[in-house]
Design a protein around this ligand. Structure first.
Ligand code: FAD
Length: 455
């Protein structure tokens, strides 16, 4: 039932994963009141994404958060590429012309923890854990979210709702917004081991006749090893702990590196997939992050693509007239961000297949090609720009061509599509400074936070 009461917030964000947390911070910094609903009461301990791209660090820097992130992570400035027997070349991320010319190695669990700490300091964000959004109902000039917590059913109202609810999210997914899934045949096994320090802060990429081995430093003295597994083997099972002895033996055979099985601290096997929602929103409802797209984790772009979705959406929702219909806004968002997701997914797919392909003949050809590319500075830089995500179209708002910027998109979208004119304003919102709070509560110990009351 529609209610005439005042909205509970400007924006309701569903899902306090990395993308929902970042989006909430970006909105609050533009003066918007945010209700952030999260069904879980405990954060996921799994690291999943381990790389923050250069553009993502710039987005964090806009929030004043680059420093704490860099202090915790490891800036990876180079990747050494080998065919298992000899070095093929060096990828130099520091040659990329960005403010943070590196990939920051940091487990996703820490990224989420740092973002959550920042939301705790932000008076315009109310993070409500243990609250699951179940349905949407349109109201005049607003959208209501119906849901459930341990305290019972709730109904909350806002001008806009964003589902940052990940791959399993169901909220508002009619067929036009449901991601179209394309499973890959590729399988991978990964394990975290203590880092003996031989490679320092470098990433190592081995593209061998038996498959790929990729290795990245992690904070807290660890290194992650990721191996492509041949299709049809147990090692690549979609879930569960893989056969560690296989991982150790294959690393030795492919890269002549001896890992000690008993020192493995965590291991996992996964198959990859790619999926994309045909549209990123309609009217007052939008998708962001994994809710909108997934791609192979090889090259590490999916969460970072979600960060740029969040930046675009925060700018657009802050500029939009809350009284107006938001159809033009949804179209402009899709135009700008689908382009980025397609580019990222295509690169992830190509890199994954190039690296994982097996066989002596192909491997020799691949080695020759890699040596050639990395030997030419301009080509080597182009590859470094792919890994750092510098060359993704619209990597940040500052990189967007004017026609895809929220301000321009909102002003022109209805005319282009022939739809009735929206009343969006097209200004770029000023950012508020992040409030300083003397004593920060430890968010990992808070299971059910009392909602903040907005004035
Ligand atoms: C093995 C692996 C390795 C990866 N490596 C990388 C990498 O190197 N680089 C990279 O960029 N990405 C990587 N990714 C992808 C990355 O983990 C995801 O892109 C990222 O988690 C997306 O964040 P998100 O906030 O969109 O979704 P999620 O992290 O899934 O968060 C969604 C949140 O929404 C909550 N939620 C869901 N439904 C509701 C509801 N109805 N009501 C309230 N709350 C709800 C969930 O509880 C969850 O907390 C990897 C993924 C995997 C699996």
């Amino acid at each position: 039932m529609a209610s005439a009461r005042r909205p509970d917030a400007d924006v309701i964000v569903v899902g306090a994963g990395s993308v929902g947390l970042l989006l909430s911070l970006l909105l609050a910094r533009r003066g918007k009141r945010v209700l952030l609903l999260e069904s879980r009461t405990e954060r996921s301990p799994h690291s999943r994404a381990i790389g923050l791209s250069s553009p993502s660090i710039e987005i964090l820097d806009g929030l004043g958060l680059a420093e704490p992130f860099i202090a915790e992570g490891i800036p990876v400035r180079r990747a050494r590429v080998s065919d298992g027997r000899r070095e093929l070349g060096l990828l130099d991320f520091s040659a990329v012309k960005r403010r943070f010319p590196f990939v920051l190695a940091l487990p996703q669990s820490r990224t989420e923890a740092l973002l959550e700490e920042a939301t705790m300091r932000e008076p315009l964000i109310s993070l409500r854990k243990g609250e699951t959004a179940e349905a949407l109902e349109p109201e005049p000039g607003a959208l209501a979210v119906l849901g459930r917590s341990e305290l019972g059913a709730f109904r909350l109202k806002a001008s806009f709702v964003v589902a940052a609810d990940g791959t399993r999210g169901e909220l508002g997914r009619d067929p036009r917004l449901r991601r179209r899934l394309r499973p890959h045949r590729a399988r991978f096994v990964m394990g975290d081991f203590p880092d003996d320090g031989v490679y320092g802060a470098e990433a190592r990429l081995f593209f061998t006749p038996r498959g790929s081995v990729e290795s990245f430093p992690l904070p807290t003295g660890l290194r992650r090893w990721v191996l492509s597994a041949p299709p049809g083997t147990e090692e690549g099972a979609p879930s569960g702990r893989p056969d560690l002895s296989w991982l150790v033996e294959e690393t030795r055979l492919r890269a002549s590196i001896v890992l000690a099985e008993e020192r493995c601290l965590w291991a996992s096997a996964f198959t990859t997939e790619c999926s994309l929602a045909p549209s990123y929103g309609e009217n007052r409802f939008f998708l962001a992050g994994d809710a909108a797209h997934t791609m192979s984790p090889i090259v590490g772009q999916n969460m970072n693509t979600g960060f740029a979705d969040a930046e675009w959406l925060a700018e657009a929702l802050s500029s939009a007239d809350p009284e107006a219909s938001a159809e033009g806004l949804a179209r402009a968002y899709g135009r700008a961000r689908l382009r980025a997701a397609r580019a990222a997914a295509g690169r992830a797919w190509a890199a994954m297949n190039l690296g994982a392909a097996r066989g002596g003949g192909f491997s020799a050809l691949r080695g020759h090609l890699i040596r050639m590319v990395l030997g030419v500075p301009a080509l080597s830089l182009a590859v470094a720009r792919i890994f750092t995500m510098d060359s993704i179209p619209g990597a940040t708002l500052a990189d967007l061509p004017p026609r895809l910027h929220p301000a321009f998109g909102l002003a022109t979208a209805p005319e282009k599509s022939g739809a009735p004119a929206d009343r969006h304003t097209a200004s770029v919102s000023p950012l508020r400074p992040l409030p300083e709070v003397p004593a920060l509560r430890d968010p990992s110990k808070i299971t059910h936070m009392p909602p903040k009351e907005f004035e």
